[in-house]
Write a protein that binds this ligand. Structure first.
Ligand SMILES: [Ca+2]
Length: 485
């Protein structure tokens, strides 16, 4: 990771405000009788903060080099790379729902406020993102999105918990987080930002649609937009591939065959972009022909007809009754050497939980009965307004908001990158590109060879999260700094 001094120097290049510095000297000894002015100001919040529907759980001052432990069922702990005031709080979002959140307030603050998102069906405060935001001098807030943990059983018969997950938690943590920030520094923030990926990308998109004045700038990675259709696609892929039992599911493709399939896809498509580098620059140019694996040319790769049929389904868009695209296809080149969760022979847990606990409300639901009628049910219920498939960003645009989105084109987890193309087209069509210069406030970056939010053989490090990720902290290399610019 860059040394703190170098980091500050880089940021001062784009900094127009004088940084507010609470701590003027390094803190070498930490004892209750030797508190820095920043620590004293921090601990005072315990008794002075008065916030609507909110209980302060704890306030602590964390010197650089501290460690924050994982909470409950959430796995992530984090190192703290910059001295900060940590405020843990709990807000009742309704009479039957609540949100646990934390505000991390760095000693050296540039007047910027940042909210970070969640992942999957979580449930977990992303401490790594809180550390990243504060290391870049944002007052940074993260929440449990209305429930602890990563499972969907908390949604069963709890519509307000669903409402928090679908949209409200990010809004509430923005409102309360801004108040805590102002109370601590003695002045309000200059600009408010949001950054998240996957579910976090959907949360950012939803914020721009439903609460368009909460944030001035949003980074939304690999967004789980058109959420109900995404869940349906995941479930239908599980159905197409079947359980790992040849007797009942002859179309199932065992993990060891995915290496062969991935190699064949690269053989057919890697060179289309002119470079044999293991990256398919534009997967939509790849018309992968699975039949090449059935013709017996390769003894190790002779797939059975039901397996070939499964591949045809995986690498084709999912269509509705009228030939409309329900969801785009899995990106060829994203499968990896042993296949991914989607191809494990069972419905991925995120889709399974969403369907069981928010749609059919049946913990014993039999997925052999799952079909198109369940998508129709999902579309009609649309729990919490989760769909997040609406192109009308006009209020966000008119408020002066800027939106950056990115999506890896080798995303093996759950979200096909073609969906980000659909969303872009929807926004352009809704706002009418003849009268709106969409590029002036909304830009979408498709990243060849990048996996889900990160990783992969492409160029996956551009400051989307994590200190120490070797991303350079200036605007030509760092998406969050570029958003600030
Ligand atoms: Ca290539």
């Amino acid at each position: 990771m860059p040394q703190p001094s170098a980091l500050v120097e880089d940021w001062q290049l784009v900094e127009l405000q004088t940084p507010r510095k609470l701590l003027t000297t390094g803190l070498s000894i930490w004892t209750p009788t030797n508190l820095s002015p920043a620590a004293v100001a921090c601990l005072a919040l315990k008794t002075t903060l008065q916030l609507e529907n909110t209980t302060i759980i704890d306030v602590s001052y964390l010197p650089t080099g501290s460690k924050v432990d994982a909470h409950g069922p959430c796995a992530e702990s984090a190192d703290v790379h910059t001295a900060l005031c940590r405020v843990q709080f709990f807000t009742n979002t309704t009479d039957t729902s609540s949100m646990r959140a934390e505000a991390w307030l760095p000693d050296e603050w540039y007047g910027r406020f940042l909210v970070t998102g969640n992942g999957g069906l979580g449930g977990c405060i992303d401490y790594g993102s809180l550390d990243y935001g504060t290391s870049l001098h944002f007052a940074t807030v993260g929440s449990n999105n209305g429930h602890d943990g990563t499972n969907g059983d908390v949604f069963l018969n709890h519509p307000e918990v669903i409402n928090d997950f679908a949209a409200r938690a990010i809004h509430v943590e923005a409102v309360i987080g801004k108040q805590i920030t102002e109370a601590y520094y003695g002045r309000a923030h200059n600009r408010a930002y949001y950054s998240g990926c996957s579910t976090g990308g959907r949360q950012g998109t939803q914020a721009a649609l439903k609460y368009p004045t909460d944030f001035d700038g949003i980074v939304a990675g690999a967004p789980a937009t058109d959420f109900n259709h995404l869940v349906h696609w995941s479930a239908m892929l599980g159905r197409a591939i079947g359980a790992p039992d040849p007797a009942s599911s002859p179309g199932f493709i065992p993990p060891q065959l995915w290496k062969v399939i991935a190699e064949e896809i690269m053989r057919q498509c890697d060179g289309i972009d002119g470079v044999l580098d293991g990256i398919i620059m534009e997967p939509d140019t790849c018309n992968f022909d699975p039949e090449a694996l059935a013709d017996g040319r390769r003894l190790d790769s002779c797939l059975l007809p039901p397996q070939i049929a499964a591949l045809h389904k995986i690498y084709s868009p999912l269509y509705g009754k009228r030939g409309d695209v329900i969801y785009p296809r899995f990106d060829p080149g994203a499968e990896g050497d042993s296949g991914c969760d989607l191809f494990s022979g069972r419905i991925v847990s995120r889709a399974e939980d969403w369907i069981k606990y928010t749609i059919v409300n049946n913990t014993d639901f039999d997925f052999s009965e799952y079909g198109l009628e369940h998508l129709e049910l999902m579309d009609s219920i649309n729990p919490g307004g989760i769909a997040t498939f609406d192109g009308d960003l006009s209020t966000f645009r008119d408020h002066g908001g800027k939106f950056l989105t990115y999506h890896g084109r080798a995303d093996p987890e759950i979200i096909a990158s073609g969906n980000s193309k659909r969303v872009y087209d929807l926004i352009v069509q809704t706002l009418d590109s003849f009268t709106t210069n969409v590029d002036a406030f909304y830009r979408s970056f498709l990243i060849p060879g990048m996996g889900h939010c990160a990783r992969g053989p492409g160029a996956p490090r551009f400051g989307q999260f994590w200190p120490g990720s070797n991303a350079m902290n200036e605007s030509s290399h760092n998406i969050l700094v570029a958003l600030v610019d």
